[in-house]
Ligand binder design. Structure first.
Ligand code: CAA
Ligand code: NAD
Length: 285
């Protein structure tokens, strides 16, 4: 693949905006593609806010912030990725939407371009089969918030070439400075296979009246030194995303511990997605 200098990011929600931000901060040229102009503007605003926070926290200078912003271009047209060497898909956790994006990207980008997915749980093999380049499709799973969390899971599918996996791992570690762990192409990979049952257990405790969200979260923060408790974390991840991830893990393993509890289903149906919608287990308005 050679040295990567031109990257595409599809989707500029919580994760795509973070991935675009760290890639631009690493000095690369980034094209961000969103579904429509309003979503692209929201993505740009999210990146500007996070870069501003980075400056306030002393993580980068005002000049570095401006240089990173200048490396970002926003579009609503996948064709804007035609000259990209690596494209990272970060659209919502919906298999049909992701398959459509992979199928269309495959026809737009050069044959040597690597297509990566930030999916939390969907099999990379399935996404690869929507393309005619399955050897150049790989999972690169970032963690939220991307500028802060140091991990990236690398998920080669059964068909990913060794070169593609090595280049994707080098991008995450050498260019972005993340620590890479290799994960199997099984729903939930490594981290979510442990994290999602924990979040679902906390939701079941609330549902059963076992304890309040505040008491559960305080318990895990003050008793176990977690940076945030499971209900606040589910709100941060997004309850829609938490539910979608749980559903694909349940579909894969058919084990009750992955089944989304009714309370989670109802909250998503009610539009209570957590921090991003203003209300979940907590109120953010
Ligand atoms: N750019 C750069 N650095 C930033 C930043 C930004 N935009 N925002 C914050 N930081 C830095 C801060 O400077 C600080 O660094 P130092 O420790 O060196 O001072 C650090 O990040 C923590 O920031 P804050 O002090 O502002 O925030 P906090 O202490 O309240 O922590 C949090 C906030 C990082 C979200 C923390 O609560 C946390 O890590 N929570 C757990 C998050 C988690 O578990 N994420 C994984 C979710 S699961 C997932 O992602 C996978 C999936 O598929 C669903
Ligand atoms: P999000 O809902 O914040 O953002 C998704 C974005 O995708 C939206 O802005 C939407 O407009 C955009 N989108 C939808 N269809 C599109 C299309 N066809 N073309 C371009 N953009 C499109 O979701 P998110 O939390 O950023 O999650 C994105 C992906 O990252 C999911 O696969 C999710 O599982 C994964 N992920 C999420 C987290 C997390 O903590 N939220 C962590 C790691 C991985």
């Amino acid at each position: 693949m050679g040295d990567i200098t031109r990257v595409g990011v599809i989707g500029a929600g919580l994760m795509g905006s973070g991935i675009a931000e760290v890639t631009a901060r690493a000095g690369l040229d980034v094209v961000v593609v969103e579904a429509d102009t309003a979503a692209a503007e929201a993505g740009r605003a999210r990146i500007e806010k996070s870069l501003g926070r980075g400056v306030d926290k002393g993580k980068l200078s005002a000049e570095e912030r401006d240089a990173a912003l200048a490396r970002l271009t926003f579009s609503t047209d996948l064709d804007a990725c035609a000259d990209r060497q690596l494209v990272i898909e970060a659209v919502a956790e919906n298999e049909a939407v992701k398959l459509d994006v992979f199928g269309r990207l495959d026809k737009i980008v050069e044959p040597a371009t690597v297509l990566a997915s930030n999916t939390s749980s969907l099999p990379i093999t399935r996404l690869a089969m929507a393309t005619e380049r399955p050897e150049r499709v790989v999972g690169l799973h970032f963690f939220n918030p991307v500028p802060v969390q140091k991990l990236v899971e690398l998920i080669p599918s059964l068909l990913t070439s060794d070169d593609t996996a090595a280049n994707a791992a080098a991008f995450a570690s050498d260019v972005l400075g993340k620590t890479v762990v290799r994960a199997p192409d099984r729903a939930g990979f490594v981290v979510n296979a442990l994290l999602i049952p924990y979040l679902l257990s906390a939701i079941r405790m609330v549902e059963a009246g076992h304890a309040t969200p505040e008491d559960i979260d305080n318990g895990m923060v003050l008793g176990c030194a977690h940076p945030m408790g499971p209900l606040r974390l589910a709100d941060l991840v997004g309850l829609d995303t938490t539910k979608a991830v749980a559903e694909s893990m349940y579909e894969e393993y058919k084990e009750p511990l992955y089944a989304p509890p009714p309370l989670l289903q109802r909250m998503v149906e009610a539009g209570l997605y957590g921090r991003k919608s203003g209300r979940g287990f907590y109120d953010y308005t």
